[in-house]
Structure formats: C-alpha cells, structure tokens
Design a protein around this ligand. Structure first.
Ligand code: BMA
Length: 339
C-alpha cells in the first residue's frame, strides 16, 4: 500500500464498497447527486464544484452556489456526515488583513486546504472584473480574511499544496482567457509568504482525446511516498461542446513541476444523467477529496453538469496503480525545459 504522508484519519467519511458489477477504478455513490437543483436557501439555484474538509468530528465546506440571477457566489456549509449539507443563506463575507470589508465581485470553484491551524481557500475571483486566483484563510469559518489576488488575470483552477515545499508555498494554476477558454495547461508557482509569487514552471499540458483541449488541477494533491497524487480535469471539444472528465497524475514530491506518471485514460467521464444533463451538460469537475489515511479510502467530490454535487469513491492505491498501468509521459512532463 502506498504510504499517505501527513494524512488524517477520517473513519466517519462517506464510503461505499465497489459494487460487485463495477470493474472501474472509480465508482459513483449510490445516493448521487448529494446536492441537486434548488437546494435552498431560496436564492440558490445550483451548487457544484465545491470543497469540503473535516472539522472536528464533523465536516465543513466552501460551496460554489450559483444564484437565480446566474451569478457565482461562495457559501459556507456544514455537515455531520459530509453527505447532507446545510448551507448559509448569505455569501462568505471577506475582510482584508486589517479587518476592512474586501468582497470579490464573484467567486467560483473553491478549493480548501488546512495548514497548521489555519484553513486556506483558493478560488476563481475577479480582478477588475476579469477572472484570476483568489486566496484567503480562516481559523474558525466565521472570520474570512482575503489576501491580494495571487496572479494577474486571466487565471483559474488555483490549487495550493498542503505544505511548503523547499520553504515556499506552492500553487498550481491554469492561465486562461476571459471566457470559456479553448486552451489550458497546468503551471506551478512558488511564494515565501502567499503574497509574492514567482518561479513559475509548467507542470503538464494537453495531449489527445479526453484531455486534448485543456486541463486544470482539481482537489488538493495528496502526499504519498510515491509522489503527489494529483487528480485533475481534462476537456475535449466535441461537435456538441466541451466534455469534462477526471484523470490523475503523480508529481515529484520535492519538484512538483516534474510529472513522474500520467494516466493516459480518464478515471471518470460523464455517463449518468446528473452528469450528462444540467445547466452545462457533460461535466465531471473534481475539486475536493476526503482521504482516510488509515485505509487509503477516497471520496472524490465533483461538480456534475454545473448543476449537481456528487461523490465518487476509490482508494489511493487503486488510483496510483491505474496511473502507473496506463502511464504515458509527454515531452515536457519530465521537468526539463519548463521555463
Ligand atoms: C469551466 C469552469 C467550471 C465549469 C466548467 C463547465 O470553465 O467555469 O466552473 O464547471 O467550465 O461549465
């Protein structure tokens, strides 16, 4: 079994064994979707692409909630079982580091990671009305402190590693454009203080098939003795629009711009109705995992069809084996020539 490093035991996380009829590496929760259209509070139309984390004996989350005027907001939510969620009716209210209100115009696709006794939130925010990477933190999910944006526009899919690497914070991102970006590779950047970012390196780019149009990092990478397990989304442009699938790669522990193994096949692709239909059909968009360090069990939280929140299960070992078995590295994945 791969050793999970710096992991947490979460014996009460959602879990179902793989159904006897399923031969896939990743299997869907039978109670999916766990959040569907118009879940309430009443201004919220759709909740998807959202991040969850253990908190005490229970769970909390930062949720992407698109309101009924079709604007994108971040709402705090809590749950006893990480399946049934209670969302706050109001958006998260941000303050700057001096305590003054610092509210973004919009927020979507949040990621959530704990470092020491603080929780960091990374999301797609507005910079002069253009999308880029927002960063903030909280200790108690009551006061939320927002930093200056990490990057210039246009950028999305910011994902912070769960620890400093060689003394610096490390952030994955996906430079993009103003709209429904028809391109996109994964990059990594470093910062000593979460304020000044540099040492930008390319991690990996698009290839063919399910990840031929664009790729973007998903949940917070999981540290294992085999490397960082990075689950990500890959997009193909078809005659009926974009199709978002889920895949995985393993990055070098000390130099995450270096890809050690890259699964050439998707792990999950839109197949069932809550993924193939919705506000945006054909989207499986992973943004968070709960991982039980003791067993390696994984619950992957993903947005489905930009309308639903769903869970898929697997184990760290099975995904690592799949990535190695289907491994195909591409020019540039090896960490050479990334500047
Ligand atoms: C991407 C992001 C995601 C969304 C996806 C499909 O560009 O905006 O939030 O799930 O498109 O619409």
């Amino acid at each position: 079994m791969a050793k999970i490093i710096n992991g947490t035991n979460i014996p009460n996380m959602p879990w179902e064994e793989r159904p006897a009829s399923c031969k896939e590496v990743v299997w869907r929760y039978t109670g999916n979707p766990i959040i569907t259209w118009n879940p309430g509070p009443k201004n919220i139309a759709r909740v998807f692409n959202s991040a969850v984390i253990p908190y005490g004996d229970e769970f909390v989350g930062v949720f992407r909630a698109d309101h009924k005027d079709i604007t994108m907001h971040l709402h705090f939510g809590k749950s006893k079982d990480a399946i049934n969620w209670e969302l706050e009716p109001e958006d998260i209210k941000w303050v700057d580091e001096s305590g003054e209100p610092f509210q973004p115009t919009y927020g979507y696709d949040p990621r959530l990671v704990k470092m020491d006794d603080e929780y960091f939130i990374i999301w797609c925010t507005s910079h002069a009305e253009q999308p880029t990477i927002g960063l903030g933190k909280t200790k108690d999910f009551k006061t939320f402190t927002r930093f200056e944006n990490a990057f210039l526009p246009h950028n999305r899919n910011g994902v912070l590693f769960p620890r400093k690497i060689n003394g610096n914070y490390v952030l994955l991102s996906r430079p993009s454009d103003t709209g429904h970006t028809p391109f996109g590779d994964i990059y990594v950047s470093e910062s000593p203080d979460l304020k000044y970012w540099g040492k930008h390196r390319k991690v990996m780019g698009t290839t063919s098939g399910w990840e031929s149009t664009k790729i973007g990092a998903g949940p917070i990478p999981i540290e294992t003795d085999e490397g960082w397990l990075m689950i990500y989304h890959g997009v193909i442009y078809t005659c009926n629009g974009f199709v978002y699938s889920m895949g995985a790669a393993i990055l070098d522990l000390e130099n995450p711009s270096k890809v050690l193994y890259r699964g050439s096949q998707y792990l999950l692709t839109p197949e069932v109705d809550y993924e193939t239909t919705g506000f945006v059909p054909n989207v499986c968009f992973p943004v968070a995992t709960l991982c039980d360090a003791a067993t390696g069990r994984l619950a992957i939280y993903y947005g489905a069809g930009d309308s639903h929140t769903a869970i898929a299960f697997s184990t760290v070992d099975e995904i690592i084996k799949f990535v190695k078995d289907t491994n195909k590295l591409h020019p540039g994945d090896d960490g050479i020539g990334k500047l």
